[in-house]
Design a protein around this ligand. Structure first.
Ligand code: SF4
Ligand code: SF4
Length: 217
């Protein structure tokens, strides 16, 4: 989800890379689940998030959509997000003890928080959202460790390519073609299963190439 806010207001004014230390450590969120409530539609899943979630829960995309996820328009294109439910607008993966029941395969936005991504010049870096996490006296942690994702460099390439692919599509979206573009994105990148015994990133890149070829015909 693209936000246009002043970095001076929401961050400490610094940008971070994978090997930088950042004050994001919150003692494993002990006793707090604030950012698992009331997040509206903002925890948007990318294709890797859904792939990881499907593997971890052994549920299909359709089963997840009927329970834990919903579809919404994000910057002009329909994408899945975590559903918030009940009076407390609670993520449906939060367990009775206030802990994440899918910690090992939680989405990238949950792994990042309270970091965000700042996109610029065809790439991105991380920034610290200083008003978001409620824990005081946060400790310094390496960004690479914080995002807790294997093969971090390849993951970053995927994140960058997905962001700029969507941005390019958004620029081409009109009221006439919006539905067709969204259905193509959902079908091609989310709902057509990725083979778990093959490299996810290679399969994703192949789908990007197929889309480019289909659009150039
Ligand atoms: S997936 Fe886990 S960490 Fe993310 S909002 Fe839900 S309960 Fe919280
Ligand atoms: S507000 Fe901070 S401490 Fe609380 S759940 Fe979110 S990241 Fe963890």
């Amino acid at each position: 989800m693209i936000r246009t806010v002043s970095m001076d207001e929401i961050s400490d004014g610094k940008l971070y890379g994978l090997n930088d230390m950042v004050k994001a450590g919150c003692e494993d969120c002990k006793g707090c689940s604030a950012c698992c409530h009331g997040m509206g539609t903002s925890i948007v899943l990318d294709p890797y998030d859904l792939y990881r979630l499907m593997l971890g829960t052994s549920m299909t995309a359709q089963q997840l959509l009927g329970t834990h996820l919903e579809l919404n328009v994000v910057d002009g294109i329909i994408q899945p997000n975590l559903k918030m439910a009940g009076d407390e607008e609670c993520c449906t993966f939060l367990d009775g003890a206030g802990r994440c029941s899918i910690h090992a395969y939680r989405p990238g936005i949950c792994r990042l928080f309270p970091l965000g991504r700042y996109y610029e010049d065809g790439s991105f870096r991380y920034f610290l959202q200083v008003h978001e996490c409620r824990k005081e006296n946060r400790t310094k942690v390496k960004v690479r460790k914080w995002i807790d994702t294997p093969d971090a460099a390849r993951y970053e390439t995927f994140i960058r390519d997905w962001h700029y692919f969507l941005k390019d599509l958004q620029a081409k979206t009109t009221p006439q073609n919006a539905k067709e573009i969204s259905m193509d994105v959902l079908t091609r990148f989310y709902f057509t299963p990725y083979q778990p015994d093959q490299d996810f990133y290679e399969q994703f890149q192949a789908r990007l190439r197929e889309t480019a070829q289909a659009r150039n015909k």
